[in-house]
Design a binder for this molecule. Structure first.
Ligand SMILES: Nc1nc2c(ncn2[C@@H]2O[C@H](COP(=O)(O)OP(=O)(O)OP(=O)(O)O)[C@@H](O)[C@H]2O)c(=O)[nH]1
Ligand SMILES: [Mg+2]
Length: 635
């Protein structure tokens, strides 16, 4: 299945296969090939969804994938999905593929919109002029799918050709020749019965949304509203989930027999999952907003608006889509950078995208902010934590721009830069698409992150419950002396023992080993352990803290936040999470490359080890030195 970008290929793919490929209203949603299967009368067919392409002369990485696939395929039927409201342009690719002597079926999608535009296409005539089967459909509601299946199962190849490629000397001449013929076909087959209502409406909306001044103001206000919504509307469901996990761990402690296994379940797994589960409402809301922006066609306008600004920083208007979707997760967004034709701009986008705060940072930020920022409203409506959170996102964005600027000067390239993006018509978001996307993303967040979290929680629990040689035994013996019995009650002694054991444990040893390195930025050995574990994924920070602060602590009625608030520096007796330490941690997590998956994807996309390595080094140094500065200013 091939076709111009944004013609509904993935929508058709989903309708045929029942899968849930990502769909959005802007060119360049699909950047990799996706395989699915469906049946026609008990016979199995395999279908491949490819990135959109305007022609067979690829300009970008995603188009190249499609081009290569078409060239390689031999007997496969090529289903060309065309936007019927844009017939002329869509026929260019179609005639090019016919001339490759490939078996072709032309699918005219979006017939509903054609009708709204007061137009009609003479299907039979188009089919005979092109010499291939033509099937009109509406992929969104599945209309015409049976006809398409019929056309596929009864396909017979006719050898026909359009432009004899031996006479055409170069790409431009060939394209002109094709358009001459296509114009003729379109004149024959397309009937215009009235004015093009949808394009007129889109133009009217664009006059406001892409306005030189209002355009930017509207975009900024939208971002502001989105962040406020995420961080204040979600607080109620978050509290509910937090309490549910506390009840669950309390219940399990009461009912399960006391012992190692219970400790592992309650302190390791439940504490770890609870630390993450709380953030489902925020993440669901973030994804809902992103899907709506994509589905309406607004993302493409944002690209257009930002092009002039981003160009100053060595980026491209198209970079804004990866950058904005990095607020959810850098991994798909780095792949999305394939649509940027200029290699240098694409590379810079990939290199700076992880500086944008992703959803995995939300748990870390929220926990840390709760330690230092009171839950209050400013100017009535705005939530203070929400405002600071927004400032952190802004900080990430500015850091990304600055890093891009530096790379713009360092990376040399002679390739010319250009920005060409088709503005799709505005569409109302499809609510089932939004719901589906929330469901998929939350599931991924909970289960993918959940798997890592459970695994790390278990490892961490083992590492923090055991120590080398007889170190634990020595601690027990030390506290059984009469000296302690008289001075402290039993509970207090148990707490001392637990604390000393944690310090002497394997996890404690790891933390203590890196403590000298992180002491200058205000971190202790417990945070050190969390830095190590959260390299697997940032959100693991929260579950690590939850595990570290619940090992040996029998009190399961306190949340991790309350436990951290009560944590004291053993030497000075002062609170451990001071303003300076907490801010330093916030900055560290904003900038540090604490994500293995991202590094792997950068390696795959750049096909080199050099770039992910540079990324790791520059982001870690940026994080370390910024934290150092912040810690010294505030302490
Ligand atoms: N009205 C209408 N909208 C449609 C139809 N088919 C798809 N769409 C919408 O068109 C937009 C693009 O759909 P996608 O399936 O992502 O298009 P694509 O061809 O896979 O796009 P790329 O992957 O970017 O090449 C989405 O907003 C769809 O909801 C249709 O038959 N009618
Ligand atoms: Mg697609």
């Amino acid at each position: 299945m091939v076709g111009n970008p944004n013609t509904g290929k993935s929508t058709l793919f989903n309708t045929l296969t029942g899968l849930n490929q990502h769909v959005g209203n802007f060119p360049g949603v699909t950047v990799d090939k996706k395989v699915g299967a469906f049946n026609i009368k008990n016979k199995k067919y395999t279908i491949i969804d490819l990135p959109g392409t305007y022609g067979l002369n690829p300009c970008s990485e995603d188009e190249r994938i499609t081009q290569e696939y078409i060239q390689k395929s031999k007997k496969d039927i090529i289903v060309i999905v065309a936007d019927s409201t844009n017939l002329k342009r869509n026929l260019l690719l179609c005639t090019q593929i016919i001339d490759l002597k490939k078996p072709v079926i032309l699918v005219l999608n979006m017939m509903d919109l054609l009708q709204k535009n007061n137009q009609e296409i003479k299907i039979n005539q188009l089919s005979s002029l092109l010499g291939i089967p033509v099937v009109p459909i509406n992929a969104r509601i599945g209309k015409g799918i049976d006809d398409l299946k019929y056309a596929i199962s009864n396909f017979s190849y006719q050898n026909n050709s359009f432009v004899d490629q031996h006479h055409s000397s170069n790409v431009i001449d060939e394209t002109m020749l094709r358009y001459n013929k296509i114009n003729h076909i379109v004149n024959e087959c397309l009937i215009k019965k009235g004015e093009d209502k949808l394009s007129i409406l889109t133009k009217k909306i664009d006059n406001i949304l892409t306005h030189k001044i209002y355009g930017y103001l509207i975009f900024l206000s939208l971002l502001f509203i989105i962040f406020q919504a995420i961080f204040s509307w979600s607080s109620y469901p978050m509290e509910l989930i937090e309490n549910a996990f506390l009840l669950l761990s309390d219940f399990l402690t009461q009912t399960l027999p006391a012992g190692m296994l219970t400790d592992l379940i309650v302190d390791g797994v439940i504490a770890g999952l609870g630390g993450i589960g709380v953030f489902v409402p925020q993440i669901a809301m973030l994804f809902a907003f992103i899907t709506i922006l994509e589905d309406t066609g607004y993302m493409a306008r944002v690209s257009f608006l930002m092009d002039r600004i981003l160009r100053q920083f060595g980026l491209n208007g198209k970079s804004i889509i990866p950058l904005l979707s990095s607020t959810a997760c850098a991994v798909p967004s780095i792949m999305g950078a394939r649509t940027i034709n200029n290699y240098k701009e694409r590379l810079i986008t990939i290199m700076v995208a992880p500086l944008i705060s992703c959803s995995a940072r939300i748990p870390v930020y929220t926990l840390l902010l709760a330690l230092i920022v009171p839950k209050e409203s400013v100017f009535g409506a705005f939530n203070l934590q929400g405002l600071i959170m927004m400032a952190l996102y802004l900080l990430g964005f500015i850091a990304a721009l600055m890093a891009a600027l530096v790379m713009k000067w360092i990376i040399k390239s002679k390739e010319k830069s250009s920005f060409m993006l088709e503005m799709p018509i505005y569409r109302l978001p499809r609510w089932n698409n939004v719901t589906l996307s929330i469901y998929n993303k939350v599931r991924l967040f909970l289960f993918d992150a959940g798997k890592i979290i459970v695994a790390i929680s278990v490892i961490l629990w083992v590492l923090s419950s055991y120590g080398p040689d007889n170190s634990f035994q020595l601690i027990e013996e030390k506290y059984t002396s009469e000296h302690f019995d008289t001075k402290y009650n039993n509970d207090e002694i148990q707490t001392f023992i637990a604390a000393e054991k944690l310090e002497a444990s394997y996890a404690g040893i790891i933390g203590k080993t890196i403590e000298p390195l992180i002491k200058p930025i205000g971190f202790d050995w417990k945070i050190g352990i969390a830095l190590v574990t959260s390299f697997a994924a940032r959100e693991v920070f929260v579950s690590t803290m939850a595990t570290l602060y619940s090992v040996g602590d029998e009190d399961n009625t306190k949340s991790i936040k309350q436990k951290m608030l009560l944590a004291e520096n053993p030497k000075t007796g002062k609170p451990l999470y001071t303003l300076a330490t907490t801010l330093s941690l916030l900055i560290f997590y904003a900038f540090a490359m604490q994500c293995m998956t991202t590094l792997v994807i950068v390696h795959k996309e750049t096909k080199s080890l050099k770039w992910p390595f540079i990324q790791l080094i520059y982001m870690s140094s940026l994080a370390y030195f910024s934290s150092l500065v912040v810690y010294h200013i505030f302490s």
